[in-house]
Design a binder for this molecule. Structure first.
Ligand code: NOJ
Length: 561
């Protein structure tokens, strides 16, 4: 197994709009991030993944880019960004940037040209088609509700947009477009960045002929997704991108890939194929969705979660590499979703962190996770800002007459704004995020849940994350050990081991609010042991049966010699 810096690292994601506002306009910004670098250093992370900071009309909070080489006015200037990079490197922190090239904004210069005429030199930068019998070219659906096609009167054709109509899909079939993307990547690499997180990068190759999706289509992803996820030329494009843009730099890449399975992920991350270093897969965050998709709520079964993680852990054990995450800017808060954000918020947040950081792969922390920030419940749909949520509500309630109460319940559980409320820095007004009016309301629990009290309290979730991150630096077994699951059928506890040479980690996790017990298998019980980390103090001695308290997590380091 090759040693790579990105395998040894812990990555922290910043969603800049909601991190820290420095100028009182209610929007997080780059100088705000700079002012918090010492906090990140204290936490101990190695790498920051910065969600998009490029020029954008903000239809989808920066994931709709109108100029890839400039910084969004709300966030600051290129000088601010350069200072950020310098300040980060000065502290030994790496920076990876978001690369959003499945689509641009409709306000990008390329699209403004493209829509002017059918023979414009930029026409083929996007995917244009004539209508079929006065209707859309095919029946594909947008991820953000409605058809994936938008009619444009000037040339009387439709353009494809898998996301909002202000996010037209780029045409990767066009070698000129591909070269533009590689040049743009080199522009940032030359500035010294340390890698890219690639937005829905497995959507860039579409099936020839853009066929209709069978009707009725499976509803797990939107209709048509089978024709644009992991398409026929995706591996060629990624290998070309590596050769043309990335090969000369010592950088890391992580490809966001909805709908990817283990076998495909192995191809994408096989080190000999030069595509990407790891992927963000979605299977474990789909386990609590019913057949109707994301908003069709379904209770999560621990055995499903175990089976899924085990499939990924073992599937990429020899070839490839896993990314490890339980939340990000598109997912609800992990303590609310997989733990208990009330009575056992602190215990369950630490248990989930233990679970993730002891697995094999590179762990990602989403801003606020390290202080146990929770989901939010705004009273009115008017308080929500996310385009996915607003479009879905409009479609279901206003167009289809569904019960608004039921739709709000699904937003409380799954809405992306759960993750996007401002970072809770302290107990001053608006949680210390801004001196102005925040662009989205702060979660009202900020007086109890905030970074300043977490940093002061040695027993906090924050300090527990510090320990986990530090352990990763001290124990190669956490990075490289082989994963094996114990008790795959148990609905309450998750137990797994990691093995490297003569050492074993025994990771024992209670996923419930009840007491549970774990009978240690005799062969493991005979080994010498020490507690590596535990979320209850004092930690339990190793014994033949471990009695677990609510959401208890313990990791023993066993010596087989
Ligand atoms: C995935 C991003 O994470 C999400 O926030 C965005 O809306 C879509 N891709 C479209 O760029």
């Amino acid at each position: 197994m090759e040693k790579q810096w990105w395998k040894e690292s812990v990555i922290y994601q910043i969603y800049p709009r909601s991190f820290k506002d420095s100028n009182g306009d209610g929007i997080g910004d780059i100088p705000g991030i700079i002012s918090k670098l010492d906090y990140l250093k204290e936490l101990g992370i190695d790498v920051v993944w910065l969600s998009p900071v490029y020029q954008s009309p903000n239809d989808d909070n920066g994931y709709d880019i109108s100029d890839y080489r400039n910084i969004m006015d709300d966030f600051g200037t290129m000088e601010d960004w350069e200072l950020l990079l310098k300040e980060m490197h000065g502290r030994g922190l790496k920076l990876i940037m978001d690369l959003v090239v499945n689509h641009s904004s409709d306000e990008h210069q390329w699209f403004m040209e493209s829509k002017k005429s059918k023979d414009n030199p930029y026409r083929d930068y996007y995917i244009w088609r004539p209508g079929k019998e006065g209707k859309e070219p095919n029946n594909w659906q947008s991820t953000f509700s409605g058809s994936a096609w938008q009619y444009d009167e000037t040339t009387e054709e439709y353009y494809l947009h898998i996301f909002s109509k202000k996010q037209p899909d780029l045409n990767w079939e066009n070698p000129k477009l591909r070269q533009e993307v590689y040049d743009m990547m080199k522009f940032w690499l030359e500035k010294g960045i340390d890698g890219f997180r690639m937005d829905v990068i497995n959507f860039i190759s579409k099936v020839d002929g853009l066929p209709d999706a069978p009707n009725p289509d499976e509803k797990k992803y939107v209709s048509g997704s089978r024709f644009f996820m992991n398409g026929p030329r995706i591996h060629d494009y990624l290998q070309e991108m590596h050769k043309e843009a990335l090969a000369e730099y010592n950088v890391m890449t992580v490809g966001e890939m909805p709908g990817v399975n283990v076998e495909q992920a192995k191809l994408y991350t096989d080190e000999t194929r030069d595509e990407v270093n790891m992927v963000f897969q979605f299977e474990h965050v789909d386990l609590d969705s019913g057949p109707g998709g994301k908003w069709d709520l379904k209770p999560l079964k621990l055995t499903d979660l175990k089976q899924n993680f085990t499939k990924w852990q073992t599937g990429l054990q020899e070839i490839g590499w896993n990314s490890l995450y339980l939340n990000n800017h598109d997912q609800p808060r992990m303590v609310s979703r997989f733990g208990n954000d009330k009575q056992y918020r602190v215990e369950s947040a630490k248990m989930l962190a233990t679970f993730l950081h002891m697995l094999k792969g590179t762990p990602y922390i989403y801003q606020g996770e390290e202080i146990g920030m929770t989901n939010v419940r705004f009273d009115s749909i008017e308080d929500y800002k996310d385009i996915e949520t607003l479009n879905m509500y409009d479609e279901k309630v206003n167009q289809n007459g569904e019960d608004p109460k039921k739709v709000m319940e699904s937003i409380y559980v799954k809405g992306r704004d759960n993750a996007r409320t401002p970072f809770q820095w302290d107990d001053s007004e608006h949680g210390g995020f801004t001196t102005g009016t925040p662009w989205i309301q702060v979660n009202s629990n900020y007086p109890e849940i905030n970074a300043s009290q977490a940093v002061l309290d040695e027993g906090s979730i924050f300090h527990y994350y510090r320990k986990l991150i530090k352990l990763r630096k001290e124990q190669p077994i956490i990075v490289h050990g082989r994963y094996d699951i114990l008790l795959p059928e148990d609905e309450n506890i998750y137990v797994y081991t990691r093995t490297l040479d003569a050492q074993k980690l025994l990771v024992i996790l209670n996923f419930t609010e009840d007491e549970q017990s774990f009978p240690v298998p005799p062969d493991l019980h005979e080994m010498k042991s020490k507690v590596l980390i535990s979320n209850y103090e004092p930690a339990q001695e190793y014994s033949s049966t471990i009695q677990l308290r609510p959401y208890e997590a313990i990791v023993y380091l066993l010596d087989m010699r």
